[in-house]
Design a protein around this ligand. Structure first.
Ligand code: C2E
Ligand code: MG
Ligand code: MG
Ligand code: MG
Length: 288
C-alpha cells in the first residue's frame, strides 16, 4: 500500500497497531474483574413523548472508567462478549436498574419504567429467564416496568431463540424492544413474527433528516407501519429542534436523544424525574 513512501510509514503503522493491541489486552485483562467487583456504573437516558416532552422511562447504559479514561460501551461490550463476561455485566446492569426504579417509584409515587440492553450472548445463556425472574424477585420490580432491548442484528441472527425467550418474558409481563432498527436487514415479516412491544429506530435515520429526503420518508414509513401494528415507536438520537419538528407525527411517538437529555448519572436522573413530575404536576400516574 505505502509503496515508495519509505520505511517510516510502516514503522508508524506497526507502532499504532502495537499500541492498539496493548490497549485491547489491558482492557480484556481488567474487564472481567471490573465487572465482578462492581467497578462499572450505570447511567440513565430519558425517553419522552415527542408532542409534550413527558417522561416515558429511562434506558440504562453502562459506563466504565479505566485509569481515568472512559472506555466506550461499544468497545467494552465487545470485549465482554469475547471474554465470556457479558452475561454477568448485563445481569448486574439489570439488577442495578431494577433497584433504582423500585426505589424511585417508592419515593415519588411515579412509575419509573427502565430498559436494559442485552447482548445476543446473554440471550444464548440458558438460564436467562430464571435470571430475570431472580432480579425481579430480589428488587421487587414490577415486570411491566422492565423492558429488554435487543438489537435488530442480534434478534435476526438468533431469531428462534430470541422469539422463544421473548414469548416467555411476555407471559410474565416483561416488555421487549427491538433496538437500532434499520441497521440490519430485517423485513416486515420478521417484525410481524417477533411481536416486539417497542421498536427503536436507529439514530442513523435521524442524523441527516431533511424535509422529504429519503431518510425522512423512510422514517415516516416505518413509523406508520409500527403504529398500524400497535407497536410503540421510539426514535433515537434526536439532537435538534428541527429534527423534532420533522418527526413529531402522531401523538404517541416517543423520542430519545441529546436534545431532550444526555444519559444521566443516577443522582441527576433523580433530579430530572423530580422536575418532570413538577412540570406535569399530576399528569403522570403510576398506574400501568
Ligand atoms: P444503544 O442501546 O442503541 O444506546 C444508544 C446509544 O446512543 C448510547 O450510546 C447513547 O449514549 C447514544 N445516544 C443517545 N442519544 C444520542 C444523541 O442524541 N446523539 C448521539 N450521537 N448519540 C446518542 P452508548 O452509551 O455509547 O452505548 C452504545 C451501545 O452500547 C448501546 O447502543 C448498546 O447497544 C451498548 N450498551 C450500552 N450499555 C450496555 C449494557 O449494559 N449491555 C449491553 N449488552 N450493551 C450495552
Ligand atoms: Mg438500547
Ligand atoms: Mg439503539
Ligand atoms: Mg446502538
Amino acid at each position: 500500500v505505502a509503496k515508495g513512501r519509505g520505511k517510516n510509514t510502516y514503522q508508524l503503522f506497526d507502532r499504532a497497531i502495537d499500541a492498539s493491541i496493548i490497549r485491547q489486552n489491558k482492557i480484556a485483562a481488567r474487564l472481567p474483574l471490573s465487572i465482578h467487583e462492581g467497578e462499572l456504573r450505570i447511567v440513565m437516558q430519558p425517553k419522552v413523548l415527542l408532542h409534550d416532552g413527558s417522561f416515558k422511562g429511562f434506558e440504562t447504559l453502562s459506563r466504565w472508567r479505566l485509569n481515568g479514561e472512559d472506555i466506550s460501551p461499544e468497545e467494552f461490550v465487545a470485549v465482554a462478549e469475547n471474554t465470556g463476561s457479558i452475561r454477568e455485566l448485563d445481569l448486574r446492569v439489570m439488577h442495578e436498574a431494577a433497584s433504582f426504579s423500585t426505589q424511585l417509584e417508592q419515593e415519588t409515587g411515579v412509575a419509573v419504567p427502565v430498559a436494559v440492553n442485552l447482548s445476543a450472548n446473554t440471550f444464548r445463556s440458558g438460564s436467562l429467564l430464571e435470571d430475570i425472574q431472580d432480579v425481579l424477585w430480589e428488587t421487587g420490580l414490577r415486570p411491566d416496568r422492565l423492558t429488554i432491548e435487543v438489537t435488530e442484528t442480534a434478534a435476526i441472527e438468533n431469531w428462534k431463540l430470541v422469539q422463544d425467550v421473548l414469548n416467555r418474558l411476555r407471559e410474565i409481563g416483561v416488555r421487549a424492544a427491538l433496538d437500532d432498527f434499520g441497521t440490519g436487514y430485517s423485513s416486515l415479516a420478521y417484525l410481524l413474527r417477533m411481536k416486539f412491544d417497542e421498536i427503536k429506530i436507529d439514530r442513523e435515520f435521524v442524523r441527516d433528516i431533511k424535509p422529504d429526503n429519503d431518510n425522512h420518508k423512510l422514517l415516516q414509513h416505518i413509523a406508520e407501519m409500527a403504529e398500524s401494528l400497535g407497536v410503540e415507536l421510539v426514535i433515537e438520537g434526536i439532537e435538534t429542534e428541527q429534527q423534532v419538528e420533522l418527526i413529531r407525527g402522531s401523538a404517541h411517538r416517543i423520542g430519545q436523544g441529546y436534545y431532550f437529555s444526555r444519559p444521566l448519572e443516577l443522582d441527576d436522573a433523580r433530579d430530572y424525574l423530580s422536575s418532570t413530575i413538577l412540570d406535569q404536576s399530576g399528569d403522570i400516574s403510576s398506574s400501568a
